[in-house]
Design a protein around this ligand. Structure first.
Ligand code: KG4
Ligand code: ZN
Length: 332
């Protein structure tokens, strides 16, 4: 059975072909990131136009590359939300047209749930705590089955990825901030500056807006030290990253304990972070936890995860019709 996955929730246009819910036949991705870089963040109108311009070509290229004709597609899965309304609508309209013209089932997918499916690929499913750390969301869930979950907590303000992007902007490192801060952090001293760790007491919620402000004030108040080279940008990145990782892991551990679970499933752009992965391996509290991540290249937005989640929903008998609409504020 061939599933076509379509992802257009933000600045990446992506399509993927998945065979029998587990084998990636191929996937294609175009990112309009260079068009947003100079603004320091994604401009919705620019993103939707980019989706319109490239989605046909991407699908053509994918089908040709996989030697698949449109009529061989059995199921069409598309991101329904969360994301930018205009961007989501491009993917949804495209998916509906394909489903209608080919007479194939259509299934709308929650992008956040799809991020966890990227980690589940190729692994035997067992229930566990899922931590989604993306540019727009930081959410803890308990995954009972691949399609059923219970929400445990989420960020009350900025997402973890958003904090990376904002701190990168403060430090003049460009957009997106995650990969560059991750690289620089490896060269800095994480104990050089003690940034505050937000404590959302007794709950499994997060808060990342304070850390961004702390970095902003630190840079403002320590210009001389920075100019004299007594503190490096790498030290700020390493210290900021250490604080973010502490906050994420504290709540992840609490969730694992509360649910008496030994499995942690990570997903979303920040799950690519090398520092986070190193800490999870090094900390003894996590030594008996089975931590699973998406493969390299499947942490950030892609259409493979959408095809995976769509296939799982379809197998449960969940499908959509032509009333499928964009849900920009959809949550988990
Ligand atoms: O999941 P994603 O591709 O898009 C959303 O659904 O939001 O996540 C993008 C976010 C951005 O904020 C980016 O800065 C962050 O993931 N990111 C990283 C890394 N790679 C991407 N954050 C930390 N370390 C990384 N290596
Ligand atoms: Zn995402």
């Amino acid at each position: 059975m061939l599933t076509l996955g379509i992802e257009t929730s933000c600045d990446e246009t992506a399509v993927a072909l998945l065979k029998d819910g587990r084998r990636i036949l191929g996937h294609r991705l175009f990112s309009s990131i260079v068009e947003h870089e100079r603004f320091g963040g994604v401009i919705p109108e620019v993103a939707s136009r980019a989706h319109i311009e490239c989605i046909f070509g991407l699908l053509d290229d994918l089908l040709t590359g996989c030697s698949v004709s449109p009529d061989m597609i059995d199921l069409i899965a598309v991101t329904r939300g969360p994301g930018l309304a205009g961007s989501l609508l491009v993917g949804i309209a495209f998916a509906k047209s394909l489903a209608f013209s080919l007479s194939r089932p259509l299934v709308g997918v929650n992008h956040l749930q799809a991020h966890l499916h990227a980690a589940l690929l190729g692994k035997r499913f067992s229930p566990g705590v899922g931590l989604i750390v993306s540019g727009g969301h930081t959410t803890l869930v308990y995954l009972k089955t691949p399609t059923e979950f219970e929400t445990l907590g989420r960020s009350t303000d900025d997402a973890a990825g958003e904090a990376y992007d904002k701190v990168a902007k403060i430090l003049g490192l460009g957009y997106p901030g995650g990969p560059v801060i991750d690289r620089l952090a490896a060269k800095g001293d994480p104990a050089r500056i003690r940034f505050p760790r937000a404590r959302v007491k007794d709950r499994l919620d997060f808060s990342f807006s304070g850390i961004k402000t702390a970095v902003l004030y630190y840079v403002r108040d320590n210009r001389a030290l920075l100019e004299e080279g007594k503190i490096s940008i790498a030290d700020i990145c390493a210290s900021f990253q250490a604080a973010v990782i502490d906050m994420l892991l504290e709540k992840a551990l609490l969730a694992l304990r509360q649910k008496r679970s030994r499995r942690l499933i990570l997903g979303g752009g920040v799950s690519a972070n090398q520092g986070l992965r190193r800490e999870l391996e090094a900390r003894k509290e996590f030594s008996d936890i089975d931590v699973i991540y998406p493969a390299k290249g499947l942490c950030t937005d892609n259409a493979v995860m959408v095809a995976l989640a769509g296939y799982a929903l379809y197998k449960k008998g969940i499908v959509d019709d032509m009333h499928l609409n964009a849900e920009p504020s959809l949550r988990l």
